[in-house]
Design a protein around this ligand. Structure first.
Ligand code: ASP
Ligand code: MG
Length: 411
């Protein structure tokens, strides 16, 4: 008997029939004798619909009221799933975030969980109930409803697993695990049986949409045993996120190819090459709360240099505006150029720490296809390149085969 937290995403609870399927799956685990806490998202598309309603009234919705609205999607699915379980003769009880309560800070639309009071949940589990908790939401110290950011139900699941010291947190979704890359681009992509926490964190931040990045951070902090599984298949062990490199297992050098289309590049040309340049350009951008990703400064000529960086595509126009407004004040430059038809491709692998030659292999594979690299950034376990968006899929395919990711790891 184990204590399991299972989280079901929007597509898994997208219709009445699917909710009934989830109930069947939960019922099986219940009859196996497990204690179960189930976290659900809103029905797929519902959160977007709710946000759309809010924006129809207020183009920039009041954040507190937006959370009041956006959190209702999950209130529907917890009730429906509880009923579906009762129909199967299983005792079940649903809770909103505020009823648990899941205490958060007051940063509406992106609140952080501060504390979970697990007493009601534990009491229900002891009396044989399946406990169903609304994902994505909490309550602040003043009793205001908060939400945890898009995709936040993953974080609710992981946080509950941490608070309850659950044996495993199982994230049920529409894919059966974490893949070496997106199978829609590379059909030979392989499901990974395990992926290290560090790799998962990189993949989540590099654009893999399987898990909300905050949930991965949370899992790492509390060493939650986290597994990604399909809610549409009965077999398969999904992908387990691991914490130590197991020396009994041969570790692949590269685990996956991640990519992100949501980037845009800005280049400030002909800026004086002297101390403070980077600060004077990035400072106003940071002050405007715009996140900057890859940064490159070239060695200049005649005392002038070019300075490039990338931002999220949604913030591209705003970043250009901020820079144009600071031009001539915070810094001087010949020209500010932008390009929002770029993408980022990254190779990720914990094994690259101890291997030289990964970068040259990557660059050669891209060069062989005539793909130009605009920017490069590296960390201990990833190398990212910025390239023209039209080459993205080709780049992912050639890198996947250059690193032979379609082949199973030799045991
Ligand atoms: N329903 C929320 C969203 O669509 C939270 C989630 O699904 O995890 O972002
Ligand atoms: Mg999700």
């Amino acid at each position: 008997m184990a204590l399991l937290v299972q989280k079901y995403g929007g597509t898994s609870v997208g219709t009445v029939e699917r909710i009934q399927n989830v109930a069947q799956r939960v019922a099986r685990a219940y009859h196996e004798g497990h204690h179960l806490v189930i976290v659900v998202s809103a029905m797929s598309g519902e959160t977007n619909r709710l946000i759309g309603l809010a924006k129809a009234i207020q183009p920039h919705p009041d954040p507190r009221e937006l959370d009041v609205i956006a959190s209702t999607g999950e209130q529907v699915t917890i009730g429906l799933l509880a009923m579906a379980l009762k129909q199967l003769g299983i005792k079940a009880r649903s809770y909103t975030g505020g009823q648990v309560p899941i205490l958060t800070d007051s940063a509406f639309t992106k609140a952080r969980i501060l504390n979970i009071d697990s007493r009601r949940i534990r009491a229900d589990l002891s009396s044989g109930h399946v406990v169903i908790v609304a994902g994505f939401q909490g309550v602040d110290a003043e009793g205001n409803i908060t939400t945890l950011g898009r995709g936040g139900s993953d974080t609710t699941g992981v946080a509950l697993a941490a608070a309850l010291h659950a044996d495993e947190c199982q994230i049920f979704t529409d894919v059966d695990g974490v893949y070496t890359t997106d199978p829609r681009i590379v059909p030979e992509a392989r499901r990974l049986d395990t992926v290290t926490f560090e790799e998962m964190l990189e993949m989540a931040s590099l654009g893999s949409k399987v898990l909300q990045i905050r949930s991965v951070e949370f899992a790492g902090k509390y060493k939650v045993k986290l597994r990604v599984l399909s809610s549409f298949e009965d077999k398969g062990n999904g992908t387990l996120i691991t914490y130590e490199e197991q020396d009994t297992m041969e570790q692949a050098i590269i685990s996956g190819i991640a990519f992100n289309r949501d980037e845009a590049k800005i280049t400030v040309m002909g800026v004086p090459d002297r101390p403070g340049v980077a600060y004077h350009i990035i400072g106003p951008v940071a002050d405007a709360n715009i996140d900057v990703d890859v940064i490159v400064q070239n060695t200049g000529e005649n005392g002038l240099t070019d300075f490039s960086f990338t931002v999220h595509r949604n913030e591209y126009q705003k970043a250009l505006e901020v820079l144009n407004n600071s031009l001539g004040k915070a810094f001087t430059a010949r020209e500010i150029k932008g390009d929002n038809k770029i993408a980022k491709v990254s190779v990720v692998g914990i094994g690259m720490r101890s291997h030289v030659g990964i970068a040259s292999k990557m660059f050669k594979a891209l060069a062989d296809e005539g793909i130009n690299i605009a920017m490069i950034s590296t960390s201990e376990i990833k190398i990212s390149v910025i390239l023209e968006e039209k080459y993205l899929e080709l780049a992912v395919r050639v890198l996947h085969s250059a690193f032979e990711l379609e082949k199973p790891i030799a045991a």
